[in-house]
Ligand binder design. Sequence first.
Ligand code: ADP
Ligand code: MN
Length: 471
Amino acid sequence: MDSWRGQIKNKNQRKKKNRFRLPMSDKDSDVEQETQNSKANILDKYANRIKTDEFVFKKSKTSKDKSDRATVENVLDPRTIKFLEKLYRNGTITKLNGCISTGKEANVYHAANETTGKQYAIKIYKTSVLIFKDRERYVDGEFRFRNTKNQHNPRKMIKIWAEKEFRNLKRLYSSGLIPTPEPVALKSHVLCMEFLTENEESPSPKLKDYQFKDTEEVGRFYQQMLVYMRLMFQKCHLIHADLSEYNSIVHKGQLYIFDVSQSVEPDHPMSLDFLRMDIKNVNDYFQRKIQVYPERLIFQFIVNDWDSIKEKFEKNTVLEEENEQTLFQYLESLPLKGEDDSNAGFEDDIFRSMHLVRSLNNLEDRDFQEFADGKITTLNELVHDINLESESESNSDSDSDSDSDLDSESDSASDSEKSWKERDTSLKGKRFEDKDEKKARKQQAKELKQDKRKTKMKKHLKKKLIKRTKK
Ligand code: ADP
Ligand code: MN
C-alpha cells in the first residue's frame, strides 16, 4: 500500500511488559517420599549435564561451566528434575545449556541433543500461587478444561497449564497454517519444543527486536500478523490472548507465534475481549512505524465468515477461495485508520468502548455508525434479535436487510461454531484494556458475574460525537 512508503513515525518507545525477575527456585513443600529417594540418584547422574545459569549465545559455550549438584538443586525442584530426566532418558535431549528467560509463569531453558545437533526450548512452569490466581480467568469458562477440579492445587495447575500450552501449540503447528516452534514433548509441567534460532551464534529475534529492512517490510509483517490472527481464529479456533511483539519471533524471514498457554477457544466467555486486546496490542506496536487499520475493521476481518468478507470486496475482483493470498488481497482493499469515515480520529476509541457481543461477527457498518451516533448504547438488542431469529428458524419474514444478513450468518456457521454460539450469548465488554492493568481485569471479571449490567458508551465519547454531529 502506497501510504506505507515513507511513513515511519518517531519511535515512541513504551514499555509493554514488566518482566519480573523472580528467584528461580520453586519450593515444593510436600514432596513424595519416592521422589525424595530417587532425587539423590538423579542429581548424581544428571547434574553435570544440567546448566541452570543464564544461557549466552557464544561460539565458545564454555562460559564457566557452573553445572554442579548444588546449583542445579537450588534452581530446580526434585519433581522438575524427575521430569527433566525423562527427556534425557528417552533421548530427546542430552544437555540443558542454561536459562534463556525467567518469566512470571515459567522459566525457559536452552537444551540440545549433541548427537543430532538439534536445539530445544524447555519451558518449565513454576508453582506460584499468586500467578495462577490470575490465570484462572483463562481456564474458567474454557470448555476443554471444564472437568478440571484441581484449580486450587498449584502443582496440578502448572500441569494443566503446560498441557494447555502443549495442546494449543500442537493445534497451531499441525494446521500447517501458523508458523510455531514444533512441539516435541510434554512431561508434566516440563514442555519441550523446537528452539527457534538462525544458528548457534544468533538467536532468531523477537518481533520487538527485529530490524525491518524498510517500511514495506513492516507493512508486510503487519498484514501477515493479521492474516495469522484470522487463520488462528477461523481454522484453529483459537484466540492467542497474549499476542504482541514479545510473543512472536522472526525466524528465517517468517513470523512465528508462540507462548500460547493462555490461548482460548471462541467459546470462552471473554474470547472476543481477548481478541480485541490482541488487536490493540498488535496495532499499538505497528502504529509506531506505519499507518494501521482501524481496530474495528481488523476485528471484522478476523471474525467474519468468508462469504461476508468476499461480499465486501471490490466487485471486479474475484476472491473465490480463502487462502493467505486472498486474505492479503482483502487487507489491501481496506482503508487505513483515518482514511475512511467521519469518525476518523477516535473510531478506535469507540470500538474499544463498545459492548462486545459474540454476534458482532456480522454487524454492518451502519450498526457501528448508529452506535457512534449514540442511537444505541449497547448492541444487546441486536443480539437478542439474532437469537430469536435462529430459534424461529425459517420464519425469516422480517423486513430489514440487516436481519437477513445476520440470518445467513448463522446458517453458514459450522456445527461446532453453532454449538458455541448457542452455549453462550451474554457477554460483557470491557473498556480500554491494557494487558498490564490487572486491576481493570479483576473489575472486569466481577462485572462479568454481575449479570445484565449494561455497559454504556463513555460519556466523554458521547459528548464528542454529539458535538461532531452538530457541526
Ligand atoms: P513467558 O510466559 O514467560 O512469556 P514464553 O513462552 O513467552 O514464556 O517464553 C519466554 C521467552 O523465551 C521468549 O520471549 C523467548 O525469548 C524465549 N523462547 C520461548 N520459546 C522459545 C522458542 N521455542 N524458541 C526460541 N526462543 C524461545
Ligand atoms: Mn511470553
